[in-house]
Design a binder for this molecule. Structure first.
Ligand code: HEC
Ligand code: HEC
Ligand code: HEC
Ligand code: HEC
Ligand code: HEC
Ligand code: HEC
Ligand code: HEC
Ligand code: HEC
Length: 503
């Protein structure tokens, strides 16, 4: 009897994650752990908590249907029966990684890219390549108009009798400014020898490192960083599903989704109740595992109802649920069809989805039918918790807000057009930067800060403070009025230049 009573306890002990995992490391991973457990205990402990350290691909394949977490059809036999350890990620496909280096008998690379993750998570990696995010680096840096915007923020003001800073310094600024979120380009520039606790070793020197921007260009040529949302080395689903993850990049007044969420009814319920929610379930059951949506629930997650029926499929290509692009360039517009926005040309030949008169570059954007399909996918999420009339009422206000904020931007842009025509500021057509002078900065505030804030508040909060006094309509209206009065109070540049022409 006694022996039988002990049996379940023994069984549980054998199954405890550490004992369970440790027997199944590859020999290479065992060697990494041998040194790194003392050199980087933080890395090794985090990894030990991850599912990667506990479940082998062979076991993951045994899980049927939507609960299966790995999506690649075939992964090499040598990887199937060991847990996913240091070597399984950091020594994959060594030839393709420019940052690969000989390291204590192994060909190791520092940057584990989306292409590496794709060895086991091909579906997520494939979808992510079609997400605007994966293209965020070239979308920003290869667009001549956006280059002006970058300069208007990052170029240093001239200082008398001081030579300009070397280009290299500008790269350092860029890496922690725009490219913190949009992603740097990682380039191997050489090798360095370092004295370590375990003797001298050689390491690659990687310009642009460290960085986890969503559109990072990796040394193997792939685009993006899965660790933007899946922090290493836990790679936890729970972290990705919580709004804090997204808040890191979606907070500024140009993109205040997280602020809007924090102040919304949904955010309110999340903060009050999330300690009772289950963030681990692979299929996320609405109403049971959570009671109000997080960013992930509306934009990414695989949602099911209590009978297990799918409400929304998981997607790493977020535009599947986005009919509109709310971010003003300079107007909100139907969502671009391709993730690469550098191919877009508006009616004036500029790489922008709208021209300054407000006409959209139709050919490159979703059609009305495609928008309907994307809206339905988003609304099927809402309808899991709301009635149709609630959702329809919300959407009508949201469309009205897109229209009304675009009208305010048009008014501001007409004033700006007049200012440029009168020579009171110099835009790109005359060899200037359209975003750098004082009046141009006021105009930029209109579409980049206030109109965006009002639209995000409408889409994700149903309005409220961020739609009105907190960077909302109040600021929007004030900025347009200030531009108008500025323009009216100024004399034309030409008139000013001619002495005696003053009335
Ligand atoms: C003989 C001990 C030893 C072994 C075995 C070992 N490492 Fe290291 N590794 C080190 C030391 C020491 C450093 C440098 C730490 C420092 O910067 O002071 C290092 C650095 C690294 C770096 C960071 C390079 C950089 O500076 O950007 C990575 C990545 C890495 N190791 C991965 C691995 C992987 C993966 C394995 C197994 C395939 C492994 N290591 C095996 C000792 C070892
Ligand atoms: C699932 C894949 C995966 C596994 C398993 C993994 N890593 Fe990493 N590792 C990454 C990613 C991703 C990064 C961050 C690079 C990036 O941002 O893309 C990283 C970064 C690192 C770095 C640089 C971190 C820094 O802050 O300087 C070291 C060192 C490292 N890993 C060592 C290890 C060791 C040791 C193990 C085993 C305990 C391990 N890794 C297991 C994917 C992995
Ligand atoms: C060699 C195969 C392999 C590679 C490479 C790999 N993974 Fe995994 N991944 C797995 C396995 C196995 C699991 C656990 C499956 C299970 O629990 O059923 C997993 C689980 C996950 C999960 C779910 C975690 C959770 O809490 O549910 C995430 C997220 C994830 N991996 C992201 C990544 C990222 C990002 C990379 C690249 C940096 C990566 N994986 C590389 C095999 C791999
Ligand atoms: C804190 C993170 C963060 C930083 C820093 C950042 N951005 Fe962004 N940027 C975003 C996010 C998030 C979006 C997408 C917003 C959306 O879809 O509503 C975005 C989108 C854009 C777009 C639209 C690109 C397109 O065509 O799809 C431009 C242009 C842009 N940012 C310019 C800049 C410039 C210029 C800088 C630096 C001066 C910068 N950003 C810094 C987060 C950031
Ligand atoms: C490391 C920074 C970063 C993190 C973290 C981040 N994003 Fe983004 N996100 C961006 C940038 C930059 C863009 C804009 C890319 C562009 O326009 O080229 C973007 C774009 C988007 C878009 C617009 C996509 C489209 O097709 O219009 C959505 C939606 C989005 N992010 C949601 C999220 C959610 C949800 C999370 C958290 C689970 C998140 N983001 C985490 C930086 C980030
Ligand atoms: C913008 C944030 C973001 C980025 C970047 C991102 N993911 Fe995810 N990922 C999520 C969220 C949120 C979830 C949870 C989805 C859910 O609730 O169904 C998730 C879930 C996953 C899962 C779990 C799937 C399962 O069945 O359990 C895997 C695997 C995964 N992502 C892989 C990747 C890979 C590989 C990349 C890079 C190519 C990547 N992700 C980039 C946000 C992101
Ligand atoms: C209740 C569901 C819901 C929640 C929760 C939610 N969103 Fe959204 N989100 C939407 C809707 C609806 C839109 C507008 C759809 C469209 O653009 O057509 C949107 C649009 C966006 C956009 C696109 C803006 C653009 O320029 O096109 C980004 C980025 C975004 N959300 C990020 C986030 C982040 C980050 C969070 C969490 C802090 C979040 N969302 C929470 C429903 C939600
Ligand atoms: C997981 C359930 C859930 C999902 C999914 C969901 N909501 Fe909600 N939503 C709620 C709950 C609960 C409330 C609070 C209602 C109350 O307190 O009366 C709420 C409140 C709101 C409010 C606040 C209204 C106000 O005046 O305070 C708006 C707007 C809203 N939801 C819109 C949406 C939209 C649009 C979607 C889809 C894009 C959506 N919701 C998806 C659960 C959800």
């Amino acid at each position: 009897m006694k022996a039988l009573a002990f049996f379940p306890l023994l069984f549980l002990l054998l199954l405890a994650p550490s004992a369970y995992g440790e027997q199944r490391f590859s020999t290479a991973t065992e060697e990494c752990l041998g040194c790194h457990a003392t050199i980087n205990p933080g890395i090794v402990s985090a990894w030990k908590k991850s599912r990667h350290a506990a479940v082998t691909p062979a076991e993951a394949f045994k899980v049927e249907g939507l609960d299966r977490k790995i999506s690649s059809g075939d992964i090499g036999d040598e990887m199937k029966n060991v847990v996913v350890g240091c070597a399984e990620c950091h020594t994959l496909d060594p030839k393709s990684h420019a940052d690969n280096f000989e390291h204590n008998g192994h060909d190791v690379h520092v940057v584990v890219s989306p292409k590496d993750c794709a060895a086991c998570h091909a579906v997520e990696a494939g979808q992510y390549q079609k997400n605007l995010m994966a293209q965020a680096h070239p979308n920003l840096t290869s667009n001549a108009v956006y280059q002006f915007l970058i300069d208007s923020v990052n170029a240093l003001p001239a200082v008398k009798a001081t030579p300009p800073a070397p280009a290299h310094k500008r790269d350092l600024t860029e890496a922690e400014s725009c490219l913190y979120c949009h992603g740097t380009k990682l380039t191997v520039t050489g090798t360095t020898s370092r004295e370590t606790e375990l003797g001298s070793m050689d390491f690659p020197v990687i310009a642009g490192w460290p960085n986890q921007g969503v559109g990072r260009i990796n040394p193997d040529g792939s685009k993006g960083s899965c660790s933007a949302c899946h922090s290493r080395h836990e790679f936890s689903m729970e972290t990705a599903r919580k709004p804090y993850t997204c808040k890191e990049c979606h907070s500024g007044p140009d993109v205040p989704a997280a602020k809007v969420y924090d102040a919304s009814k949904h955010g309110n319920i999340f903060y009050s109740d999330n300690k009772h929610w289950d963030f681990q379930k692979t299929k996320w059951t609405v109403g049971q595992d959570f009671t109000a949506p997080t960013c992930a629930a509306c934009h990414i997650s695989l949602l099911v109802n209590t009978e297990g029926k799918v409400i929304a499929n998981r997607t790493h290509e977020m535009k599947e649920r986005l009919p509109w692009r709310l971010f003003g360039l300079v107007y909100a517009h139907p969502h671009p069809r391709e993730a690469d926005t550098t191919v877009i040309r508006n009616k004036d030949g500029l790489p922008l989805p709208t021209n300054f008169g407000g006409e959209v570059a139709e050919k490159f954007l979703l059609t009305a039918d495609e928008r309907t399909a994307a809206r339905k996918r988003m609304q099927s999420v809402c309808l899991a918790c709301h009635a149709q009339s609630w959702v329809d009422g919300h959407w009508e206000r949201f469309l009205n807000t897109i229209e009304s904020t675009n009208t305010s931007t048009l008014a501001a842009t007409q004033i700006m057009g007049d200012v440029w025509a009168r020579g009171l500021a110099t835009n790109h057509a005359k060899g200037g930067n359209p975003f750098d002078e004082s009046i141009e900065r006021q105009w930029t505030d209109v579409w980049l800060l206030w109109a965006n804030t009002v639209r995000l508040a409408s889409a994700m909060g149903g309005g409220g403070d961020y739609g009105v006094f907190a960077d909302g309509r109040y600021n929007l209206r004030k900025a347009v009025q200030a531009m108008k009065e500025w323009a009216e109070s100024r004399q034309d540049a030409k008139a000013k230049a001619k002495p005696g022409s003053r009335k």
